[in-house]
Design a binder for this molecule. Structure first.
Ligand code: MG
Length: 310
């Protein structure tokens, strides 16, 4: 029997040690139409996230003297970006619905295309990405950004699927690593990079569609094995998620953030008053969980540290 206390729901006793029961969930900023894709820039001590329908990237600068801070427009128009991450050189890597591409912001501010075609056909609308320590960028390509004009530009899918891709910036190659998803979405490696987790949110357009996270094993040649369902969502869908240093998965859901063991056991929840799309760990110690929840950015201090690179 789970125990509810304010914003925390303790499902397994171990969850008590992962959260600070004195730490409150703070709404830091509001005014988005659909907030997504947070990435914390630790060397600059700020957070970037997308407001997809408003076609802008917001920069949130935490106030070091309080738990608040200031949000401002970082880039607009922004090509309807969705997920963001950073490569090993600290450059911003973004999934762009509007440009139907994986793109990178160079240190001088130029935005360059990394991948926009597979086998000669345009990508759908890259959704979320993660970087491996070897520099390769792994991303999902569902069709959400081309279904309507709301989060991109309505267009026909070209290659006839919604795949998971691996882009290698060393040679520019783009390889489909999983081709059996309905709507691949959130993506993250386990901290040891032996497993890749990918969410499928196919239920969004098919009541019998998937609403789960699958776990793959990484082979030495960078192909994937396994891919069984690790955990099925009980509240909405799992959109974006990240791991902590111990390999636990902190994932978005309709009622907040769910925390799972690497084996898929639910440990507990952080309830958020809006549907959550994505999360990332930030702050100097990477122990503050930033949460994109529909119109708002939230954060809560935790007792764990995020595993995200760099
Ligand atoms: Mg997503």
């Amino acid at each position: 029997m789970s125990e509810r206390m304010r914003e925390y729901e303790i499902v397994e006793p171990a969850f008590r040690n992962l959260i600070s029961r004195n730490a409150r969930l703070h709404q830091l900023w509001t005014g988005a139409a659909w907030a997504e894709g947070p990435v914390f820039v630790r060397d600059g001590d700020y957070l970037l996230f997308s407001d997809i329908p408003n076609d802008r990237i917001i920069r949130f600068v935490p106030d070091l003297n309080s738990l608040g801070g200031t949000g401002s427009v970082f880039r607009a128009p922004a090509g309807n970006t969705n997920g963001h991450t950073r490569d090993m050189e600290g450059r911003l890597v973004s999934c762009s619905h509007g440009n139907r591409r994986l793109e990178r912001t160079e240190h001088d501010g130029r935005v360059v295309t990394l991948a926009d075609r597979w086998q000669g056909k345009r990508l759908n609308s890259p959704n979320d990405a993660t970087v491996k320590s070897d520099g390769t960028i792994w991303f999902t390509d569902p069709s959400y950004g081309i279904l309507t004009d709301l989060e991109g530009w309505k267009a026909e899918p070209e290659y006839g699927g919604c795949h998971v891709f691996r882009f290698d910036p060393r040679d520019g190659s783009l390889k489909a690593v999983a081709t059996d998803f309905v709507k691949p979405n959130g993506i993250a490696f386990s901290p040891d990079e032996k497993r890749l987790y990918v969410a499928d949110t196919g239920i969004s357009h098919d009541p019998n569609g998937p609403r789960h996270i699958r776990a793959f094993d990484l082979r030495d040649d960078a192909s994937l094995a396994g891919g069984d369902v690790l955990v099925t969502c009980e509240a909405g869908v799992f959109d974006g998620f990240r791991c902590d240093t111990e390999g636990r998965i902190w994932t978005s859901a309709a009622d907040g953030v769910h925390c799972y063991t690497p084996q898929g056991q639910m440990l507990g929840k952080i309830h958020v008053p809006e549907v959550v799309a994505n999360v990332c760990f930030g702050g100097f110690k990477r122990n503050r969980l930033y949460i994109c929840g529909t119109t708002s950015l939230y954060a809560v201090l935790t007792n764990v540290r995020g595993a995200q690179l760099p």
